[in-house]
Ligand binder design. Structure first.
Ligand code: NDP
Length: 335
């Protein structure tokens, strides 16, 4: 991190450094591991931590002059921790650097299903897949035949939610910011329908009426703001809104007002936010559910993989302009 970002994080707030202070072995007296980082996950929250002003105790703190941290897939090169052996493949919170020394690796998960692409452990089988699982199943509580709307639907979380919804027998429509993404949703990810919210201008509300003539039962919200406001009048009685993210608001100088909040009362809606950081105990349930479907080619993960750590800053800030098509991943090295 070169400096704390002012407003929306920019590529120039990060810089590549070739200095290294990491010894390629775990020092004596440590209980930690030395990791070789293979894939790094680009997630919208990383850019918000780069501002240095967020005081969410669940998030890591970034220091100017040090690598930022985020989820990634790594290989254990050296271990003095009883749970990890040299050669293990793991995923968890690591540094945006080639090698990381992790003093307390207890929260890392070992990768057991090696027949699945390793990069999936940043997405469908990583933090974002768990986010989709928790937000859709634990909060959305879907029932067969229900109508589901997903915003930022082609992204890391949204594409998984849509596929889970189809596997649960729901009707699902997604919104995304380009024709290419709309095509992906309809023709590769199995959504029943999709629309480009940028083309619909301020008429998302009208689009929702068209796509949901019988109303929405579950809204999986990745964007907040005007879209959330447009959804509220289209919700059915006792509908559920899983508040996953608010990417349209993270950098807004003035948050969008919510005009339709009375619908929450009149339609007896359940609106619930969640933080995946508090849900890692549910990871075995995600594996149990998703791995067989992946192995049977019934769910997939559309990935946007850039090669090389040096292309990480552009990939990260690109999340805020919708540059990514699918889960944004950085390939740092091969195992
Ligand atoms: P994505 O892969 O979906 O990438 C972000 C996408 O958001 C972009 O591609 C873009 O798609 C869309 N976007 C960017 N700016 C705006 C905007 N102003 N208005 C509407 N859409 C916008 O990211 P993730 O799937 O990783 O994350 C999705 C959401 O989930 C985020 O809000 C994130 O913070 C949240 N999240 C929450 C977690 C939790 O624990 N609650 C955990 C992980 C993620 P498009 O071209 O379609 O506009």
């Amino acid at each position: 991190l070169k400096n704390y970002a002012k407003g929306l994080a920019k590529e120039s707030d990060l810089e590549i450094s070739t200095e290294s202070t990491i010894k390629l072995e775990v020092p004596e007296g440590s209980n930690g591991v030395l990791l070789k980082n293979l894939y790094l996950s680009c997630d919208p929250y990383l850019a918000t931590i780069m501002k240095g002003t967020l005081h969410n105790p669940l998030f890591p703190v970034y220091s100017v002059g040090s690598p930022i941290k985020g989820f990634g897939v790594s290989k254990v090169l050296d271990s003095k921790h009883p749970n990890f052996n040299n050669g293990d493949l793991v995923w968890g919170e690591t540094g945006w650097e080639e090698y990381s020394h992790i003093e307390k690796p207890d929260s890392f998960f070992k990768i057991e299903h090696k027949d699945i692409p390793l990069s999936y452990y940043t997405g469908l089988l990583g933090m974002t897949g768990l986010t989709a699982y928790v937000g859709f199943f634990e909060i959305g509580k879907p029932k067969k035949g229900e109508k589901v709307f997903v915003s930022a639907a082609s992204g890391a979380v949204g594409q998984v939610v849509g596929q889970f919804a189809k596997l649960s027998g729901c009707y699902v429509v997604g919104s995304a910011g380009s024709e290419e993404k709309v095509d992906l949703l309809k023709n590769k990810l199995g959504f029943d329908d999709a629309f480009n919210y940028k083309e619909e201008h301020d008429l998302v509300a009208a689009a929702l009426k068209r796509y949901f003539p019988e109303g929405i039962d579950i809204y999986f919200d990745n964007v907040g703001g005007k879209t959330l406001d447009a959804v509220l009048p289209n919700m059915n009685m006792h509908g559920r809104i899983s508040v996953c993210g608010m990417i349209s608001q993270y950098n807004a100088e003035k948050p969008d007002p919510l005009h339709n909040s009375a619908c929450i009362l009149f339609k007896r809606l359940r609106v619930e936010g969640f933080q995946v950081y508090e849900c890692f105990h549910l990871y075995p349930k995600l594996l149990e559910f998703a791995v067989p479907y992946i192995q049977e080619n019934k769910i997939t993960c559309v990935e946007d993989i850039v090669e090389g750590l040096e292309n990480g800053p552009a990939a990260l800030v690109g999340l805020y302009s919708g540059r990514n098509v699918g889960k944004q991943v950085i390939k740092v090295s091969s195992p």
